[in-house]
Design a protein around this ligand. Structure first.
Ligand code: UT7
Length: 330
């Protein structure tokens, strides 16, 4: 058994191509004004040809390992949260990352929980460390959403972006780390955010391709209502479990889907603007990558210090949600 788990390293990868709202105006019937006022997004990243989820994930992972001072062959486990794997199901993209890193002594698997994937991965990886099963676990959230959005569907293509973020979880005697967590799912809403074809229910066929069923379909209004309700609820539940209150949290890092969802949660929770991290304006919704990317930036900007209490709260397809309270050990 290890006494505590610590985030010993962190890293991110921003794909090089920037796609602005003005670029999108030339592709679909939309406007910079609509996108900014409805979502808060001004630009997003797109993965260039020849790169995939595994390659951007590997860049983020290398940075995290270097910061942690952990060699690849000291890793015991790789958890990749994604719904845009290199291949649909086989092999797991985590294995490709394991090979690229030269992590010869570890297992790896992909974790599918939509945009909540990183929080699910963080909580899962922490259990392996806290139980003493692993000393070092790499948790990555990485997505190439540009490969699964329908570039003809203005209601979705303006919202999403690509990116990757990674953390190394290590066993430590230094008090802190995971304080409490909540993981939830309500599968009755599975149709609201979905890639309808390519799985066992609707295997790929000429028809599914013609009907554009391999792209993301989203019922934006339903997902919005769910997100605005669940974000404060999951946050509060994790606080209650720990016997803490909203004012004890130094920084809320919510899933970056829409600035209006974040603002409405902030207001209902009575949190100051500085207590909530926002970068959706620059990257759009990067699904499972959004929280680890935001965490990296918050650390780089000096917003996370020894003893800081962080709340990482996500929601997404499934429908799923997750909240993790984390005491930063420095
Ligand atoms: O990661 C987890 C999941 N995702 C989310 O959390 C997303 C949740 N949903 C949302 O963020 C919002 O619902 C959206 C940003 C997707 C949409 O905002 P909204 O205020 O709910 O707009 P709406 O869906 O009610 O659409 C308003 C209008 C519609 O026209 P009509 O039917 O009122 O004439 C749309 O056709 O805006 C139209 N529209 C657009 N117009 C210009 C939809 N997309 C666009 C667009 N540009 N890109």
């Amino acid at each position: 058994m290890s006494s505590f788990v610590r985030i010993s390293g962190w890293g991110k990868c921003l794909p090089s191509r920037i796609l602005s709202n003005h670029d999108l105006e030339k592709m679909v019937d939309t406007s910079d004004e609509w996108i900014r006022t409805r979502s808060g997004i001004t630009e997003r990243r797109v993965t260039p040809e020849g790169e995939f989820t595994s390659t951007i994930a590997t860049v983020a992972a290398r940075e995290a390992l270097e910061r942690a001072g952990v060699e690849a062959d000291e890793l015991d486990l790789i958890i990749l949260a994604t719904f845009t794997p290199d291949y649909p199901g086989l092999p797991a993209t985590a294995s490709l990352i394991q090979h690229a890193l030269g992590a010869h002594n570890c297992g790896g698997f992909d974790l599918a929980a939509g945009c909540s994937g990183f929080v699910y991965g963080l909580v899962t990886g922490s259990q392996f460390v806290l139980s003493g099963t692993c000393r070092n676990v790499l948790v990555i959230g990485a997505e190439t959403l540009s490969r699964v959005v329908d570039w003809k569907d203005r209601s979705t293509c303006v919202l999403f972006g690509d990116g990757a973020g990674a953390v190394v979880l290590s066993a430590t005697e230094h008090e802190g780390g995971l304080v409490s967590s909540v993981l939830g799912s309500d599968g009755s809403g599975f149709q609201h955010l979905i890639v309808p074809a390519g799985g066992s229910r609707h295997p790929a066929s000429h028809e599914t391709v013609e009907n554009r069923q391999h792209y993301i379909k989203m019922n934006g209004r339903e997902v919005y209502k769910f997100a605005a309700r669940i974000l404060p609820r999951a946050f509060n539940e994790s606080l209650q479990k720990a016997g803490l209150k909203a004012g004890d949290v130094d920084l809320l890092i919510p899933h970056q889907a829409n600035v209006r969802i974040i603002d409405s949660a902030r207001e209902s929770l009575g949190l100051d603007r500085e207590a909530v991290y926002v970068n959706v304006d620059r990257y759009g919704n990067t699904s499972a990558a959004s929280i680890p990317m935001a965490l990296c930036e918050a650390i780089d900007e000096g917003k996370v210090r020894e003893g800081s209490l962080l709340a990482m709260v996500a929601f997404g397809a499934g429908l799923t949600w997750g909240s993790a309270l984390w005491r930063w050990q420095g």
